[in-house]
Design a protein around this ligand. Sequence first.
Ligand SMILES: Cc1ncc(COP(=O)(O)O)c(C=O)c1O
Length: 477
Amino acid sequence: MSGTEHEFREIAGDQPATEAGTAAGGREGIELVRADRRHLIHPQHHPSEHLAPHIWVSGKGARLTSIEGKSYIDGLSGMWNVYVGHGRHELAEAARRQLTELPFATAYAGSTHKPAIELAETLKRLVYPNIEAFYFTLGGSDATDTSIRTARFYWGALGKPEKFKIISRKLSYHGSTVGAAAATGVEEFSSVFGPRANGFLQIDSPYPYRFRTDRTGVTEGVAAADLLEEAILREGPETVAAFIAEPVQGGGGGVIVPQPDYFRRIRDICNRYDVLFISDEVITGFGRTGRWFALEHWDVTPDIVQFAKGITSGYFPLGGTGVSAAIKEVMDSVPADRRWMHGYTCSAHPAGCAVALANIRILEEEKLRERAVKGGERLLGRLGQLLDGHPHVGDIRGLGLLAGIELVSVKSTREPYPAELGIGKKIRSALLSRGLLTRLIDETICLAPPLVVSDDEIDLVADIVGDAIAEVTAKSL
Ligand SMILES: Cc1ncc(COP(=O)(O)O)c(C=O)c1O
């Protein structure tokens, strides 16, 4: 064994030397990985998944290049966020200009700056018509916390502080701060960190592929939404501040698109019991589903909307929360010593706002919402042609350029694969070896390529997914 191979093994543990070597990118890669493993803590950290990490060095359009020079299609737009694609000089230039002119200014009450004002005005034009004012965060988790605190603040200011509970859904993901993780409906995000924060509860997800009701005379969408009413009545409407939901469940559920009548019914229930409806559009905002914001598909408006990811296409950390005119009025009318006492140092960061404005300009000028519709149709169409009859493909679903392909052990009963088979990991490996980078939620392959992805790249993504499924399911029969 050569010295280099030996070092690869040291890094990769039981992974084959060549695979680890490829991923690590030669000697430079070895040194980087060594330092990384010693000193860097990663999201969802575990060394077993970091034996031979990819080191990304550049990106262009829908493609990423790793340190050893291999090109991959970025099937999830980074972390569902790089909408306008990699390597956009316009966004780098917007950041450079702003960082040169005014790198930072506080946005605390009594102070403001042009990029933040311009961004708030732009969002007022794009977001649901009832949404009036915006608070900018650094990402989605702090946007969730902002929305939750704002909902509780609102009821407190109206003399109802006991209205503080937050209802969310199983298989939802709302972030990793203490508050956002408490709303998140996937147990693993909370269970290793001690007790959940008080006042959070979850109802079942509408999950069309798996949700079943024994109620008669109502659709599944209505039955799924009525779980919210049951929960509100069980808890007492006078104790419930808000319901928070992603229009399409992404990171916790694997691209779950609800039944078409679900959110209308949700809106009616929230109205009936004076419960605020928070739409978490961190994944679905800014045209990902073909509309600026996804509840537009069902003609529903929320009281609070939160966003992140696509607002800057990941070129700068920024998120935010928008509130209805009614909530803004309450925020403006409380006495100063009862004010909305919430704030982050980097709220409305000037460079983040400037990048967001430049990013939104690209989304508009290049008609990327339309592209999401067309590209999404092409992707789902091609996946359907390739995989509809496959004995282990249970469900192919999506909206705009968001798609999920759920694999099952037994199609007729929708029986999932046993976890110990590790099908998800095997599929991810098979996709990577063919040049497609993406994530799986259990056995659901998630796809959300940049909105600038070409037709040829979409076809390639579908073909790679088809080949990977064929290879892995054939071996695992
Ligand atoms: C729907 C949703 N909400 C909130 C978050 C948290 O955002 P962030 O990772 O920027 O804190 C995410 C992240 O994936 C998300 O998908």
